[in-house]
Write a protein that binds this ligand. Structure first.
Ligand SMILES: Cc1ncc(COP(=O)(O)O)c(C=O)c1O
Length: 366
């Protein structure tokens, strides 16, 4: 029964505007995904941020810090090369502060993300052709041209801006650490700019925690000595090593394939009724592959976003077959495959056998 009377401590405090609702995302004890009770797993659900991802945090911090320090004011045009979660986070923050925003995108951008950024009032600037073989170079070149064109402009640049990791140091990890009373053996974080992982690592170090931070990166990512190649999961990995990512070290790096990400997402839906985004699927499969060394450990994982933007890709059997060469049957088998050491999640017996169904239909009165 729902208890309507609540104690004062659980009273909802009204938020001062939408940006005040960023953070304090739920931490969920996920008991079924791994198929074993030997490992405790807590997932930080960053999709609960108002813009839908962990990127709301650095987007807000980069804009507010620039306003606070006088680097920008109401007349400054914000210019960024992005079409993913950072673009949405920035569009939300700029819309809130009534700042003009130009987002430079390329043909790989998801139309849904562009539509969201436009809905927040961002102007979309499209580059059509790669520069020296890379769209990222073409986007950066266009950002620089625009900065020349708009003398009063600001490029937040999450790939070099130290306010990016700071947002996670003072938010994401602090919330996890406090919720688990500082008792986290392992923290798993997907990496691209490395802002999330760096901010979390720095907080844990400063607090003297013994937590091992594992960076989860994509096969085909140039980070951590990797070889750049084709990647199809947005937000995971990087085509080149940014100034923020250069020289960053973690307690371990775990690489996952595009298919691992899909399997993790689908498995999370099947066993936990949670619809995560692609990088989260990769993080979850990285943990599942390490069960033998994680026995009796408390693990936390940051799930950057939700699966709602990936319905036509990760959650489409046709896309998975076409792009990753994995049939729906093979995929199903991988989703249900028990971890090498764990106990398989309990399979439900069908409630209605064909005979029972026939009987029920026969005896139904209309
Ligand atoms: C879905 C998703 N996962 C993971 C990441 C990686 O986060 P970071 O850039 O802080 O390394 C991003 C970054 O854009 C993302 O959008």
């Amino acid at each position: 029964m729902i208890n309507i009377e609540q104690s004062d401590s659980s009273k909802e405090v009204p938020k001062e505007g939408v940006l005040d609702a960023i953070g304090s995302t739920p931490l969920i004890n996920v008991r079924r995904y791994l198929g074993t009770d030997d490992v405790q797993l807590y997932t930080k659900m960053e999709a609960f941020n108002p813009g839908g991802s962990a990127k709301d945090r650095p987007a807000r911090t980069m804009i507010e810090e620039a306003l606070r320090s006088g680097v920008i004011d109401k007349k400054t045009t914000i210019i960024e090369s992005t079409f993913g979660n950072m673009g949405i986070g920035l569009a939300q923050a700029c819309c809130y502060y009534d700042l003009p925003l130009i987002c430079v995108v390329d043909p790989h951008a998801q139309e849904q993300n562009i539509a969201i950024m436009k809905a927040y009032g961002a102007v979309i600037e499209r580059v059509a052709r790669p520069l020296q073989g890379a769209f990222i170079k073409a986007r950066i070149a266009r950002v620089l041209e625009l900065i020349n064109q708009f003398p009063d402009s600001f490029w937040p640049n999450q790939y070099s801006n130290m306010k990016n990791p700071l947002a996670h140091e003072h938010g994401t990890i602090q919330e996890i650490d406090e919720a688990l009373n500082g008792e986290i053996d392992y923290l798993f974080v997907a990496t691209s700019s490395t802002g999330t992982a760096c901010g979390c690592r720095d907080y844990l170090k400063k607090r003297g925690r013994n937590t091992k931070v594992i960076a989860v990166d994509a096969e085909g990512s140039a980070l951590f000595g990797g070889l750049a190649g084709r990647r199809r999961i947005p937000g995971l990995g990087a085509g080149h090593v940014s100034s923020l990512a250069a020289g960053q070290e973690f307690d371990g790096v775990k690489r996952v394939s595009d298919l691992d990400c899909v399997v993790g997402c689908r498995r999370m839906v099947k066993y936990e009724a949670i619809l995560p985004g692609g990088s989260a699927g990769g993080v979850l499969e990285a943990i599942r592959s390490m069960i033998p060394e994680l026995r009796a450990k408390v693990c936390a994982a940051i799930l950057h976003d939700s699966g709602t933007c990936y319905l036509d890709t990760i959650y489409s059997d046709q896309w998975v077959e076409r792009e990753l060469g994995c049939s729906a049957e093979e995929l199903q088998a991988r989703i249900e495959q028990p971890s090498c050491v764990g106990v398989a999640p309990r399979q439900r017996e069908p409630r209605f056998t064909p005979q029972l169904m026939e009987h029920a239909i026969e005896h139904t009165t209309v």
